[in-house]
Design a protein around this ligand. Sequence first.
Ligand SMILES: [Zn+2]
Length: 430
Amino acid sequence: MQMSNFYGRLLVIGKEQFDANQVPRLIGIPAIKNKRCQRCFNKVARQWQLPNGEQYCRWCLQFGRLTTKQMLVTIAEPNSFPIFTGWQWDGTLTPAQQRVVNEIQSHQQNHLIWAVTGAGKTEILFPIIAQALHKQQRICLAAPRIDVILELVPRITAVFPTISTAILYGKAKEPYRYSQLVICTTHQLINFRAAFDLLIIDEIDSFPFANNAMLKYVPKLALKENGRLIAMTATPSYRHLLTFCHRSYLPARFHGFALPTIKRVVVPKWRQLIKNNQLPPVLAKYLKHNGQAQQCLIFVPTIREVALVEKAIQQRFGNLKVMGVSAQDPERIQKVQLMRAQQIQYLVTTTILERGVTLPDIDVIILGADHVNFTSRSLIQIAGRVGRKVSRPTGLVLAIVSQPSWQVWLAQITINWLNYQARKGDKHEL
Ligand SMILES: [Zn+2]
């Protein structure tokens, strides 16, 4: 194996294989030390034992079993990268985007970007990444879901074509290789140790390791001691707003139009209707009126309802192209591609499509928006799918509920507040 594959990367070997003298600069850490897993930094419970008496960590089992008989080995990141020669981007930043870039570049501390969906977060990253490359830094761009990674990769590599880039996610076919830029799912961060000078995490509010020590330690451990974290989100939690001293705020969309507001309709028995192969009147009216005009995502609370709604639409409106998709669907990525290619018009989905996937010109309907599977933050994300195109900056966001609900109300007032801030900000800037 190439030595560079060890740079800032954690590899697991048996304790008996470890010989620091054999490989120069190799650092070995016992996998479980003082009852704490050294990969995910969680406490290892006494009862997590194999029949041979070895203890193992159950927290990070999904990344491969780590036992007391193993070592984690790494080599300190040397930043052996060529001199940065330039990047290719002929776009321009809006005044609001430029302001955020200036705010980030004015210091070297951690920073939170609160940007509404469609504010153009990716463009903000270009000058930030370029600045880090000039300093010969190693950079990681992480996002929680594969869909987001697959959307980011072509955009980033087009701007930085000469930079060695590794793309890492669970089912990636390419083996790991050392690179200056890493674009990966947030899960993959667990395999890095003091690797990055700059770590950018998109959608920090849906970081997958929530509620245990991993959330706290994994990004910290992947960063170098003086490394810098830039976190981005459209729907920050109070905890994130409190943890970051430096924050930038981008309430306006890149095209300057307001976020679409959520329209709420109460249909008390919508669930019974779809069970009986019928549609809520407001949905049927929309489908009849819209026909083959606008593409539409129809969100439902659980997988069970995906097939029911799909069937009910097909039966009543045989001429409409409709499909259903959920996390368990093996053809999930292909179906989103079909939607993007405008081969299908209506896609019935669970919350899996609430983030990341950008379809430029759609309406959304949320059936059962008062169900616990939808939070006010996810409703804001869903509403943010709409009006992404300059030529059609608005669209319908319809929440069908069985009864009035606080989460829909909270999402509605948050969107109104963001729009108010954006209006104020525009006046200030122009
Ligand atoms: Zn662990």
